[in-house]
Design a protein around this ligand. Structure first.
Ligand SMILES: Cc1ncc(COP(=O)(O)O)c(C=O)c1O
Length: 363
């Protein structure tokens, strides 16, 4: 190609999403395919969402409210915070991109785990950052290692808690240790995409309280997981108003669709739906633990809606053989040897189908 482009893009791999069901059906001539690959919600979404969407559809000829006013107000009310602390986006993905563009310049240092959500490294590379990798320890974020890796030149620390793909957590105490140790000029991006599923007593369910003290921390939330709205692309971020207003300068004027704004406002207070989702998720994970134990497979106990396990065989072979049986999961990149895979928790029927297929593939 003769057209010049930014060389920072060279090392960035194209994001490979979980394979879509229809594609697998077509490619392999299968009638039934289940997808446990993208940590989606197998239980759909709140009934209030459908109602809100149908109503909002009537106005789809108009641009959405560029400020997402009603949605922001609903979020602010939920947490008892000011609307100035809230910024809704087109999924957390958009926020990760905006954070990189706002805070990271060429050769700035950023810190992250070796096995974590890949958009942190891709967006940092996009800006030409120098990435310091801190390997997971016991499949968990190594907070001491991260503290050691941070210095005055570190612009951003990217962390998700629970971590994707491992589903593991670090405690509120560790979070405080980290915030006390890093300079106030370093931003912690604290991604809580899976927080609703976490129930471990050490997990900081009330992380929002840390924002009062630490002005260099952003809390990322998504409605794609526990709330089941992945297809609508909606996330939101909470943080110090100055951080939020700085990021707000570069977001697209109508970044959250009219439908997503309405759906989000309807979804976030449906505690009954959320409780059902979490109970089903817990039932699913206990079932899968038991089956993995019976099969003698190593796995990480999860605080999210996905489990990683060591198939002790090449993970792309296992992935492809499961695919042939109509089960889409995901090989995990970064382990040596490459024998780990991640399965999203599905309905109990889907979980059973996965285990049945896995037994066939591994026998
Ligand atoms: C840790 C983490 N952060 C952010 C995202 C992006 O979520 P969204 O669908 O809101 O863009 C994901 C999606 O899988 C994720 O796992």
């Amino acid at each position: 190609m003769q057209v010049k482009y930014r060389k920072e893009l060279d090392p960035i791999p194209v994001y490979v999403p979980g394979k879509p069901i229809d594609e697998v059906k077509r490619e392999l001539g299968l009638n039934r395919v289940i997808k446990l690959a993208s940590n989606e919600n197998p239980f759909g979404f709140s009934p209030y969402v459908k109602e809100a969407l149908l109503k909002a559809m009537e106005e789809a000829n108009q641009y959405p409210d560029g400020n997402s006013t009603l949605l922001k107000e609903a979020i602010a009310q939920k947490y008892g915070i000011s609307v100035e602390m809230v910024l809704p986006t087109c999924g957390s993905d958009e926020m990760i991109d905006l954070i990189a563009k706002t805070f990271i310049g060429k050769d700035d240092e950023v810190v992250m785990a070796d096995i974590t959500f890949p958009r942190y490294s891709a967006t940092s590379q996009m800006m030409g950052a120098s990435i310091k990798i801190v390997p997971l320890r016991n499949l968990t974020n190594d907070i001491e290692g991260i503290i050691k890796a941070v210095n005055e030149n570190t612009r951003v620390v990217w962390l998700c808690n629970p971590n994707n793909p491992t589903g593991t957590i670090f405690s509120g105490r560790k979070l405080v240790e980290l915030m006390e140790a890093i300079p106030p000029t370093t931003l912690l991006v604290y991604d809580e995409a899976y927080s609703e599923f976490a129930s471990h007593p050490d997990y900081p369910k009330d992380s929002i309280k840390f924002l009062n003290k630490y002005k260099n921390m952003l809390l990322l939330k998504t409605l794609s997981k526990a709330y089941g709205l992945a297809g609508l692309r909606l996330g939101y971020t909470i943080g110090d108003p100055e951080l939020i207003s700085t990021i707000n300068k570069i977001r697209n004027p109508f970044n959250v669709t009219l439908l997503s704004q309405a759906a989000g406002a309807a979804a976030i207070n449906d505690e009954e739906f959320l409780a059902k989702v979490i109970a089903n998720n817990n039932e699913g994970k206990e079932y899968i633990y038991k089956e993995f134990d019976k099969m003698g497979l190593e796995y990480a106990k999860t605080e999210a809606n996905h489990i990683i396990f060591n198939a002790k065989k090449d993970n792309s072979t296992v992935f492809n053989n499961l695919l042939k049986r109509g089960v889409i999961i995901r090989p995990v990149v970064g382990f040596n040897p490459n024998t780990w895979l991640r399965v999203s928790l599905g309905t109990m029927e889907e979980n059973r189908e996965f285990i049945k297929a896995l037994k066939e593939v591994l026998k």
